[in-house]
Design a protein. Sequence first.
Length: 571
Amino acid sequence: MIAGSSRKSLEQVLLSEGFLEEKELQEALAERDRSGKPLEEILVDMDFLSPAALIRAKSSQLGIPYLDLNQYKILSPVKLPLSPKFMKQYKFFPLEVVGDSLKVVMADPFDYSTLEAIRFSSKYDPEVYLCDEEAILSALERCYGDNASRVGKIIEGIGGAEEGTVPGSEDDTDIDHLKDLAREAPIVRLVNLLIDQAIESRASDIHIESFERALRVRYRIDGLLYDRENIPKRHKKAVISRVKILANMKIDEKRLPQDGRIKYNYMGRTIDLRVSTLPTLYGESVVIRILDRESIRLDLEHLGFSPKSLLAFKSLIEKPYGMLLVTGPTGSGKTTTLYAALSQINSRDRKIITIEDPIEYQLEGVNQMQVNPKIGLTFASGLRSIVRQDPDVIMVGEIRDRETAEIAIHAALTGHLVFSTLHTNDAPGAITRLLDMNIEGFLIASSVIGVLAQRLVRVNCENCKQVYLPTEEVLKKMELTRGKTTGYVTYRGKGCEECGFTGYRGRIGIFELMVVEEPIRELIVEKAPSTVIKEKARALGLVPLREDGWEKVKQGVTSIEEVLRVTQEDI
């Protein structure tokens, strides 16, 4: 299993396989002779090699296969008579049983006493793979740890005292010291665990906020924020520096906001993390947006459209030209709806180009462009260039100003199908917003073919939902009477482990689709108020957001309280 004495030395492997340059090796050997520390430790301390790269070099040297646990999809933990504490102490991870063999991932393949303990307790013959220590410990915590206490145990194990930042003082912490703190094993495991738990909880964002007495961690799950951890302030710099290192940010820059991204490997899946930092009174606030490609469903049929609205929406996105707008507040799922629409019409005979800020998901076969104001690439300037690329379909991430609106409308009038978003409360409000940008009414009437307003409501947990009777106050807010609810059963989640005791699991859209027909075009040209346009649209078949929400309440999909929460501005 392990090669004999004829194998190459570690130094030879590092040089011959390109892990190190000769100059770096000589510098590390000189430091070994001076300090007496092991060469492997020096190579990592001097940033010549990452722990994972060192293990890959040792794998090549020893002839033992390397296995990256961060990339490996662990279906279910192997049950052994040995405790997780024992596995952590001797740094091995039981991967899977194959026949009479047990695949074991180890940091030290020469730990024969541990191999013998595995063989004796499991009755399987260990088949050894190499992996770095941190990946093994992270996998053990993920698969064998106690969710309620894992963070606390890691924090207890962090040594040393790190002072918090005093408001108004200059933070002159040595940059090398910050790097050392951020690379300590417990800090690495702590940050990995916070990200792992967020992914397990289906969170869309992780908020790491600096306060006077602690570093507060909150997860946004199904649109709402939930407190998760309070980390002692002495570890604040180390935790934030660790996130910044992962996101390739400047860890010594604390006075200006920064943006970065991380490609994070979780159980064999690649998760895209967008990181934003902001200077605040007691340090930096960090928000990590979790973009999981496997969790997004770019399928119009599963977004929550009623059959009638879905048919009308599909008809709009199949039109050869015109502008379709999707409106709603931040976080209402507008981009997901547009991505689903693009996926629906994406074909070899269509050229689709998008300009976005940021590009949230990569769509196969679609040309996507990222806004970059630092070099003058705005929505308006990018859109001008897109039109010259002979596209069939254009998606503009957001119309923020008159210039962008005018170019988008011109594109729609000259034979392009244009998708975009606006921040308005309802569908008719999008027309008023464009008029407020000083766009001529006749241009809007000629170009806009439809407006979709939407919100996201939380879905009742199927595991714990139960029948309940809404209060008179709630019915009044919904503009309903007890008589109108007769014959309908309303449901609400009680709360269980499956849904994190919230009563809800997942979200679905409620929609208000206004198809711009001739009577509405006449009102737009006349610059009629949005209330008049909405009244006419309702006469033509528009179903308001709240009514679409009530339909989902009657179907048991969500609760009345949820519909009220996301449509408060309609009251």
